[in-house]
Design a protein around this ligand. Structure first.
Ligand code: GLV
Ligand code: MG
Length: 311
């Protein structure tokens, strides 16, 4: 299902308020790998219904290139979810890749969206399964149920952490979402990042970190994003085009890593062709597990447009 977008890169995922024609017009010109047009928290309640048509027009009229294109609908505990899906997916045409569901708390909420999407796709003449799902974990209950949520539908392509709503849900005493807390000796979200990562990877999903709200401080964004990059996340939300450019860099393997990964693959292939399962590579022993690690760098680097340096 959702074959076009499932494996595309999502190093940077740009949030674009669906009620703003100005932002909707600018979004296709940024370098973000993925863009989501928002009907949820960046749209005022009085603008929710009018924003649907703006989003539909933007999807149909703008040239979005290869990027993953998504719409974030409102959560199931609001009056807007079904209307968002029926109107936007029903009218947007085939270029829309996915729907993002915020504040997911149970597998049933994903299944409900899957069933609704199937009806809307049939009525709109889209292939069944065309629209993928991105699910946001942003409450204590969502985190507790993250394993079942990640396994709830073949439409799921990513699982996303939402640090601002999550901090509110667990009553963490912070007033700015998704930034470091200097008084805390370590990473206050390490458990949450790891928990979501395990559930996502066990179900073959891409795993994405949420927003960093200090939008003018690009150095701090770069530093903070290392936490999920090092754990293995695929990317992070961007709130501005400048944030997207930083994140494209952070979540790509360096040229040095990319070249080294290729060298490992080559050395290991030569060794296995000659009948050995483990071989020295410089002062390191490499084996089948090393091949598996290296292949991830090659896949991500290739996805990020890298090519191997000449020797
Ligand atoms: C994102 O939606 C967040 O709440 O951090
Ligand atoms: Mg949120």
């Amino acid at each position: 299902m959702s074959e076009r977008s499932r494996d595309l890169p999502r190093r940077s995922c740009l949030s674009t308020p669906g009620s703003s024609d100005r932002f909707l017009a600018k979004a296709p010109q940024t370098s973000a790998d993925m863009t989501f047009l928002d009907l949820e928290d960046s749209v005022a309640p009085g603008e929710k219904v009018a924003a649907r048509e703006k989003v539909v027009r933007a999807i149909r009229d703008h040239e979005w290139g290869e990027r993953v294109l998504c719409v974030r609908v409102n959560a199931w505990d609001t009056p807007w979810t079904y209307g968002d899906v029926i109107e936007v997916v029903g009218q947007a045409g085939p270029r829309l890749d996915e729907v993002m569901l915020p504040k997911v708390e149970s597998a049933a909420q994903v299944v409900a969206l899957d069933l609704l999407l199937t009806q809307v796709e049939r009525n709109a003449g889209l292939p069944v399964g065309h629209i993928g799902i991105e699910a946001q974990i942003e409450t204590a209950r969502g985190l507790i149920n993250v394993d079942e949520i990640c396994a709830a539908s073949p439409r799921l392509e990513t699982i996303i952490f939402g640090p601002a709503d999550f901090a509110a849900s667990i009553e963490m005493p912070v007033l700015t979402g998704g930034v470091a807390i200097p008084e805390y000796p370590g990473d206050h979200f390490n458990y949450v990042f790891s928990r979501i990562l395990m559930a996502g990877r066990a179900n073959g999903l891409q795993v994405i970190d949420g927003p960093f709200l200090k939008v003018r401080d690009l150095d701090s964004l770069r530093e903070f994003a290392q936490r999920t990059r090092v754990l293995g996340y695929d990317g992070k939300w961007a709130l501005t085009p400048d944030q997207a450019a930083v994140l494209n860099d952070v979540y790509s393997p360096t040229q040095e890593q990319f070249d080294r990964a290729w060298d490992i693959l080559e050395a290991y292939r030569t060794a296995t062709d000659q009948g050995s399962g483990a071989v020295m590579f410089g002062d390191e022993m490499i084996d089948e597990a090393s091949r598996k690690m290296a292949i991830k760098f090659v896949t991500r680097g290739t996805r990020a447009g890298r090519s191997r340096s000449a020797n």
